[in-house]
Design a protein around this ligand. Structure first.
Ligand code: 8YV
Length: 326
């Protein structure tokens, strides 16, 4: 008898077809957003859940008596309450690897856009402000080539960024991580250093750590104060890793030069957020992995994780904190 999978988000047709071969799919068929009670009704019938971002907490799990596996269509899994999942013997999976290059592309795009003021100067032209006799200094940006890049969190995506920096822009790459990443050092010549040295030495600072209890608000007033006044700060990981009030203050005071952000403390970012009024900030709507090919790959990997977990196999991408459950 096929297991029942609750699709809490849409999936590409080829992924739906794959799932239908192996499972019975249930999903919200109504208009607008699903209500809490309607979601709980679907969960009450589910053996597996495919999601990206639903908080997997005690309340949700208490309404899912048959649930065996939760599959995130994302590499991050800060939506998982790992203790509650463990207490119930429910495994959680994620989608590492398939999105690394796509996210790294966006991070380099944010670096270039912030350094050369691409959105700001694009608007200058569209608003008819490009005038003969303009002072050249009005359009100056910063060089990326041969500058120093500091990567906080040298995982797979950090490694992909380091390679782009080293071989695309001849950058000097520093990194700070819980542990040395010898492979990254070998592949891109990245040099391990302390957080303080990275903050003081770097022209570009990229945060790429997972969001955990340890990394929440990792970058705050103290860290911004150590950065160069010409530093450009990039975050495409999770907004909560940064004290956003401290970031706003650093940008407004000139303590750092600019920022490129794909993630925010509150998403979607609110219209009254001061970041939206700053010309030295490049904003993207949490689209690090948002190319068609990559999102198909992520959804397919999440589906394969689900099917493996529901057929008694060890899914290939169980999150490390729950790997002993299977
Ligand atoms: C997902 C993300 O890529 O992968 C992650 O951790 O940050 C997300 O952007 C997106 O939700 C697609 O599922």
């Amino acid at each position: 008898m096929k297991k029942t999978v609750y699709l809490a988000r849409p999936v590409p047709i080829e992924v739906r077809q794959y799932l239908e071969e192996h499972c019975d799919i249930i999903e919200w068929q109504g208009e607008g957003r699903i209500s809490r009670d309607e979601m709980f009704e679907l969960l009450s019938r589910a053996d597996g859940l495919l999601t990206s971002g639903n908080p997997i907490n005690a309340e949700l799990l208490d309404h899912a008596p048959n649930l065996k596996i939760v599959s995130n269509v994302s590499v991050g899994y800060n939506n998982y309450d790992l203790d509650e999942m463990r207490a119930r013997g429910i495994i959680g999976t994620h989608t590492p690897g398939v999105l690394d290059e796509t996210v790294a592309d966006l991070i380099v795009g944010l670096m270039l856009a912030a350094a050369r003021r691409i959105p700001e100067l694009d608007q200058l032209i569209r608003q008819g402000l490009w005038k003969k006799g303009m002072q050249e200094e009005e359009t100056f940006g910063l060089d990326v080539h041969h500058a120093t890049l500091g990567i906080i969190g040298m995982g797979r995506i950090g490694e992909a960024v380091a390679q782009r920096a080293r071989f695309g822009f001849d950058m000097n790459v520093l990194y700070h991580n819980r542990n040395r990443n010898i492979e990254a050092e070998r592949k891109s010549g990245a040099r391990y250093c302390s957080m303080d040295e990275l903050l003081v030495q770097s022209d570009y600072i990229v945060v790429m750590t997972p969001l955990t209890k340890e990394t929440e608000k990792l970058i705050g007033r103290e860290q911004f104060a150590k950065m160069k006044p010409t530093a450009i700060f990039i975050n495409a990981s999770r907004g909560q890793i940064v004290d956003e009030t401290a970031l706003i203050e650093a940008l407004q005071s000139g303590s750092i030069r600019a920022a490129g952000l794909d993630v925010f403390e509150v998403e979607p970012v609110q219209l009254d957020n001061p970041l939206l009024k700053m010309s030295n900030v490049v904003l993207m709507p949490h689209v690090g992995s948002a190319t068609k090919a990559t999102r198909i790959d992520m959804a397919m990997l999440a589906a394969e994780n689900l099917v493996a977990g529901l057929s008694g196999q060890v899914p290939p991408n169980v999150v490390k904190e729950l790997q002993d459950l299977h």
